[in-house]
Design a protein around this ligand. Structure first.
Ligand SMILES: C[S@@+](CC[C@H](N)C(=O)[O-])C[C@H]1O[C@@H](n2cnc3c(N)ncnc32)[C@H](O)[C@@H]1O
Length: 292
């Protein structure tokens, strides 16, 4: 008898969980099927605890009547934690080797266009970190280049934050003092990204799972995003990134992420420790950007 009651309870929970997933997909446009179940359950539990809901069923009822909770849930599911120059060791190689190599590859012609994609850009700090480095490396020569850094995300609130470009100490902790002075305008405890960097960046809504494929990039950053996805999807996305790169382009992933699937044999490890991969060339190039 007891066993029967427990089975009925589990079946009800499973049904409510499935209903919750379908509501999240249709209302929030967030396709949970592709995300690791463990990640998804942990994030839902955060909202269950915060709202005092005792079951998925109770939480579904709350979602049905409270549009604000839908917005908060999406924010919780997408995990927007980030900061400028996150894992600064990676940015050391980006600054000293990767960006100089990209700049050199553009030669000295008139059309020196450089395209970078920050996929899963959250509030934009990755895109702006890259913009600062280009600016710093090129100095006055920046005028000779058309550099566009495109940040994409599914979270609209994060994209708005990125476009506004206003940050707090939490995100600023790894920005060098010289960069703070050069690229931000401080107002009280808020730091505003300056117009020079804003001009180099675009932020737009794009779902890397279901959105159109993007290509023509010299560098693609997708860091701390695929970690939440199922393996099959990771494999597919890494191939999309491979195809989205120009010859000799670079792919940068998060420190806890690992290349898997067919792209593993196509990409060359440029710096495996820092998770930097290159599309065609194998050998590390020496910094020589001063000539560009
Ligand atoms: C932890 S943040 C990573 C931010 C930044 N790349 C970094 O490493 O600091 C993960 C971001 O991925 C976004 N994201 C999750 N699923 C996505 C998808 N299917 N398409 C585009 N962005 C997605 C989230 O909204 C969130 O802003």
């Amino acid at each position: 008898m007891m066993l029967k009651a427990a089975e009925t309870k589990t079946a009800k929970e499973d049904a409510d969980f499935a209903l919750l997933k379908s509501i999240i997909k249709t209302r929030l446009g967030f396709n949970c099927e592709y995300y690791k179940n463990s990640h998804f359950r942990r994030r839902i539990d955060v909202r269950l605890r915060a709202t005092g809901s005792k079951s998925f069923g109770e939480y579904v009822q709350l979602l049905e009547k409270d549009p604000d909770e839908c917005a908060v849930l999406l924010e919780t599911l997408t995990v927007n934690v980030t900061n400028f120059f996150r894992n600064s060791e990676v940015y050391d190689i980006i600054e000293k080797e990767v960006l100089p190599s990209v700049i050199r590859s553009k030669g000295t012609g008139l059309n020196r266009s450089i395209k970078v994609w920050s996929a899963g850009c959250s509030i934009g700090v990755e895109a702006y970190s890259i913009a600062m480095l280009f600016h710093h490396i090129l100095g006055n020569n920046i005028e000779k280049y058309n550099i566009i850094i495109t940040g994409t995300d599914i979270d609209k609130a994060s994209l708005l934050h990125a476009r506004n470009g206003i940050y707090t100490d939490t995100e600023m902790k790894d920005v060098r003092p010289a960069f703070i002075n050069r690229y931000f305008v401080r107002e009280g405890n808020r730091y505003h990204i300056n117009d020079e960097l804003k001009k180099m960046t675009r932020f737009r809504s794009h779902d890397m799972i279901s959105g159109p494929r993007m290509n023509g990039f010299d560098v693609i950053f997708c860091r701390n995003v695929t970690i939440y996805f199922e393996k099959e999807l990771q494999e597919k996305l890494y191939m999309d990134f491979y195809n989205g790169l120009n010859d000799n382009g670079f792919f940068v992933m998060g420190k806890t992420e690992t290349l898997i699937g067919p792209s593993k044999d196509l990409f060359n490890a440029y710096d495996a420790k820092e998770r930097i991969y290159s599309k065609n060339h194998e050998v590390k190039t020496s910094p020589g950007w001063k000539n560009c």
